[in-house]
Design a protein around this ligand. Structure first.
Ligand SMILES: [Zn+2]
Length: 167
C-alpha cells in the first residue's frame, strides 16, 4: 500500500466516503455522511518461546510473507473472542502440533509501519505438555535449534525475545 493512499475508503456503518480529519489530536478517518469515526489501532499478535530438555528453542519455517523462507517463533494474530494466552497456545498447536501451558510473559514489542501496518506482539514462554511435533498452517517446518546456532530470524523482535532467554 502506498503511504499516501488510504487503506479504508468507505464508512463501515453507512458506506459513505471517509475523510481524514484532525480529531482528538490525531488525524482520524471520519465519515462525511454519518460522522462515524474509524479508529485505527495496532494489530495484536503473540509469539511463543518453547524450549526442550536440551534448552533448544522451537522455531518454525515461514511459508508465507512477511519473511517467507525464514525462521521465526511460532505465533500469529489474536482472533476476536480469544484471550492473548489462548491465542498463543492455539498458534503453537496450529504451527507445531505441540500442546503447552503458559509459564510467563517474556516481553512485548511494537513494529511500526510494517507489512501489516503497526503491530503489537506479546511474547510468552510456554512449557510443552503434549502433542507431536509436526509443522502446520503457516509453517512449512518446525524444529528445535540450539541457542548458539540459530538460523536467520525473520523478525527483529523475535530475535530479541530469544536473546533475552538465559542460555
Ligand atoms: Zn457513515
Amino acid at each position: 500500500m502506498n503511504s499516501s493512499e488510504e487503506r479504508y475508503k468507505y464508512c463501515p456503518v453507512c458506506a459513505g466516503t471517509l475523510k481524514r480529519e484532525p480529531i482528538e489530536g490525531y488525524k482520524r478517518l471520519q465519515c462525511l455522511a454519518c460522522g462515524e469515526i474509524v479508529y485505527e489501532n495496532p494489530k495484536s499478535s503473540v509469539a511463543i518461546l518453547c524450549r526442550n530438555d536440551q534448552n533448544e528453542i522451537l522455531l518454525v519455517l515461514r511459508r508465507v510473507d512477511p519473511g517467507a523462507g525464514l525462521w521465526c517463533l511460532p505465533g500469529g494474530f489474536i482472533e476476536m473472542g480469544e484471550t492473548v494466552q489462548q491465542a498463543a497456545l492455539r498458534e503453537l498447536k496450529e504451527e507445531t502440533g505441540l500442546i503447552a501451558e503458559i509459564v510467563r510473559v517474556v516481553d512485548a514489542a511494537s513494529k511500526l509501519n510494517g507489512y501489516y501496518g503497526d503491530v503489537v506482539v506479546v511474547a510468552f514462554e510456554a512449557k510443552i505438555t503434549g502433542g507431536v511435533l509436526c509443522a502446520g498452517d503457516d509453517a512449512s517446518d518446525a524444529r528445535f535449534f540450539p541457542l548458539n546456532t540459530l538460523p536467520t530470524i525473520a523478525f527483529g523482535s523475535h530475535e530479541r525475545f530469544i536473546r533475552s532467554l538465559d542460555s
